[in-house]
Design a protein around this ligand. Sequence first.
Ligand code: NDP
Length: 222
Amino acid sequence: MPSALIIGASRGIGHELVRQYLADGWRVLATARKPADCAALAALGAEPLQLDVNDAGQIAALGWRLDGGRLDVAILNAGLYGPREGECPTEAEFDAVMHTNVLAAMRILPLVAPAVCAARGKLAVLSSQMGSLGARHSPVATLYRASKAALNSVLVDASLRFGPQGATCVAFHPGWVRTDMGGAHADLPVEHSVTGLRATLAALGPSANGGFLNYDGTPIPW
Ligand code: NDP
């Protein structure tokens, strides 16, 4: 039975990833930071694990849980938007967004990668087109954009390190999706985005390692 790890699965895109992989008969390890969300994931049929991606102790517990295991797919989905306008953030806002979107990836990807390499699987992060430097047209959400650009850099380093060991590492833009983060007026229903993300991931070969892709597989400029 193929297996997936979804990090940040309480709601939105992460929750829908869990729902669709379970519906396809996959074994799914799903993380959430609140016990009630872990219980809801268990009721859905996933194997839950409590994980705040900013909690070093809980990250270590994830590493122990994965030790010696195999993952066909691992997706780091948890993310934080922060201030919507482009003005200078407070230190607290900077720390919250950078810790959640960047430091967490630096800590978690190396722990998850061995299980993905063992299965010659796919390791993905949920980035955003807003992190692209080459496709930027307006100066909003400066902190979020900087965090996703930094996340992209972390992903490229992971691809250089773990690609040769068998993991295909990619950064995804999920589209503008109707979730708490994307808002009610976003373009895409979450089911559509996640169906595309899963199909694109499934079709990727090793040559895609180190790529930045839209949910439908179209490359995005860094
Ligand atoms: P939501 O805001 O709807 O959900 C965010 C998810 O991240 C929740 O499960 C939340 O958990 C989790 N999370 C946040 N902080 C932490 C933390 N410290 N530890 C563990 N989990 C955490 O976002 P979406 O589903 O819309 O987005 C998912 C990903 O896709 C994000 O990385 C986002 O940046 C990216 N993205 C989304 C777009 C969109 O249009 N929606 C567009 C481009 C990128 P909790 O419930 O506990 O808060």
